[in-house]
Design a protein. Structure first.
Length: 559
């Protein structure tokens, strides 16, 4: 009998290892498929700072994107190491998504075993995370750091480090991670206090205030050490001593957001539920039910398979940011609720997954390996069903179609054997203008727009200017081109008017979006394309998210 039991335990241990690493494989695959490249949004400002760091220029601390220095450094390292590869600079942030399931598994495997592996798979299959994993955004990186902070906090509140030096190392780590989270994104300041609060509560419960004070001081030392290191980095890359503690989030038009997102708690939570996809919302609801189960078990004095302290830490790390980011205040001189975007709640996801698996452990831990296999299969199928409907979402975020149109235009220009590209004025907005610059710089020799003397030798291509803008000659570039056209020396030809269809790349679901769009373009199915600018009034999406490309060349003699 004992031998059979040992064989069953070994089989379960083997399945735990497989399930644990399966989460990493799933995350890696989704990170590849959902690699979005650069969105044509204000997040393009991050790459401005990245390129300044690599070029040896000082970043601008007046820019909210550039002053998030620690967030920029991984991208700058990848950009430098790849020899200026834009995809490497963006794709490096996907690494933190891949590390999320791995960190959940290894961070909690000794505490909840097989169920830690299950939680990693849930995180890997949560659309809120994988939809944002392949872009220049701080939210997934932030979620990874917050998860590590939670892992260390769980170890500390469970008092499992009997040796004082080991505990001090964990305390210093907790303080440094809390500070790192703030450095990556300012809103993490409300999460950074949690290790201090939770560890203090544990000592207060035991009436050991001296120990509480000592632990908080050690943690604070870890935070101070990080901020000292960060200050040195600012001195190197910004030219002045600075700290992310002095950073503040950029101002939003709060009146507009309050009008649409609501002022009162019920309205705001209702709005929040509407911005989540069905799978993320379902995960959060299941996590709330898990918290309810834990509270009932505490009141009823039921036996819990997992330490109640672990439940408590997971619940606080999930609920506190969920509540504060919804009905908290972004200012303390007046009540201004924060702006709600789904990706802002990324730090809640790992702890939601952990709470769900803690509940599953209570319900199914005594089940056979066969039952557990069926349960995991059901979870994988249920969460995996999100991938197909979520795929289309990668083509509609943050002016993504403007970038898609740009990619199709680049594909055509590559066939013209023209190396020099000039950016025209009157690009849709400053974010799209930066997006064009970043992408074109990676593909061609990009020429600055405002200095007329910087125009390259003929022939060259003009991106981003409207036909009306060129005819109106309202810029130095247009004046230079127009004068030469009027004198009969140059001619301007419209290469194409491009608009990437929202279904672009659907037939190539296994490719990252950028490659899928070009693959569809080769088949003539990816875009709206015309050899003349449409005269009729266009829908705003086609009107605003397009690329107009002109070739400027010399007029041949006699023609």
């Amino acid at each position: 009998m004992g031998g059979a039991s040992d064989g069953g335990q070994k089989e379960c241990a083997w399945r735990e290892w497989v399930v644990g690493w399966l989460g990493v494989v799933i995350a890696t695959t989704l990170c590849y498929v959902f690699y979005t490249g650069l969105f044509c949004s204000d997040d393009t400002r991050y790459l401005v700072g990245v390129k300044k760091i690599v070029a040896g220029e000082y970043i601008d601390l007046s820019s909210i994107a550039e002053r998030r220095l620690i967030f920029l450094l991984p991208s700058a390292l990848a950009y430098y190491g790849s020899g200026g590869g834009l995809s490497a600079a963006i794709g490096v942030y996907g690494l933190f998504f891949v590390l999320l399931p791995l960190s959940l598994y290894w961070g909690f495997r000794k505490r909840i075993g097989f169920w830690a592996a299950v939680s990693g798979n849930i995180v890997a299959l949560t659309p809120l995370l994988y939809l944002n994993a392949g872009s220049v955004l701080p939210d997934v990186f932030s979620a990874f750091i917050v998860l590590l902070t939670g892992v260390v906090t769980v170890a500390l509140v469970n008092n499992e480090t009997g040796l004082q030096p080991s505990r001090h190392i964990l305390l210093i780590t907790a303080g440094a991670l809390a500070a790192l989270g703030v450095s990556i994104k300012e809103s993490n300041a409300v999460i950074a206090v949690l290790p201090f609060v939770l560890i203090s509560l544990g000592w207060c419960w035991k009436h050991q205030f001296k120990a509480m004070f000592a632990d908080c001081c050690v943690m604070l030392g870890g935070s101070v050490a990080f901020f000292a290191f960060e200050s040195v980095m600012y001195r190197l890359f910004a030219g002045i001593w600075h700290s992310s503690l002095m950073n503040r989030a950029g101002d939003h038009s709060f009146a507009r957001f309050i009008e649409t997102q609501g002022l009162y708690p019920w309205d705001r939570f209702k709005y929040l539920a509407g911005v989540f996809d069905g799978w993320t919302l379902g995960l959060f609801v299941a996590a709330l039910l898990a918290v309810l189960y834990w509270l009932v078990a505490i009141v009823a004095k039921l036996h819990l398979r997992t330490s109640s302290r672990t439940w408590f830490v997971a619940a606080v790390f999930f609920l506190w940011p969920l509540i504060y980011f919804t009905i908290g205040t972004s200012r303390f001189d007046q009540y201004l609720p924060p702006v709600i975007q789904a990706r802002y709640f990324a730090p809640c996801v790992p702890f939601a997954a952990l709470l769900v698996t803690l509940l599953l452990r209570e319900l199914f831990d005594g089940a056979s390996c066969r039952v557990k296999t069926v349960l995991v299969s059901f979870l994988l199928v249920t969460m995996g069903a999100s991938v197909h409907p979520s795929y289309q979402g990668r083509s509609i975020q943050y002016w993504a179609r403007a970038k898609d149109a740009l990619l199709v235009g680049i594909f055509d220009v590559k066939g013209m054997n023209v190396r020099n590209i000039v950016i025209g004025d009157n690009v849709i907005n400053s974010e799209v203008d930066r997006c064009y610059r970043h992408v074109l710089q990676d593909e061609f020799d990009l020429v600055a727009i405002r200095e007329v003397d910087s125009l390259p030798d003929l022939p060259f291509v003009v991106f981003g200017s409207t036909l009306q803008g060129l005819k109106a000659r309202d810029t130095a570039l247009a004046v230079k081109i127009g004068a030469n056209v009027d004198s009969g020396k140059w001619k301007v030809a419209l290469v194409g008017y491009y608009y990437a269809d929202e279904s672009a790349g659907r037939d190539f679901w296994w490719l990252p979006r950028e490659r899928a769009i070009i693959a569809e373009q080769k088949r003539g199915r990816a875009s709206f394309r015309a050899l003349s600018v449409p005269d009729a009034n266009q829908p705003w999406m086609k009107r605003d998210m397009h690329a107009e490309v002109f070739e400027v060349s010399a007029v041949e003699d006699g023609k």
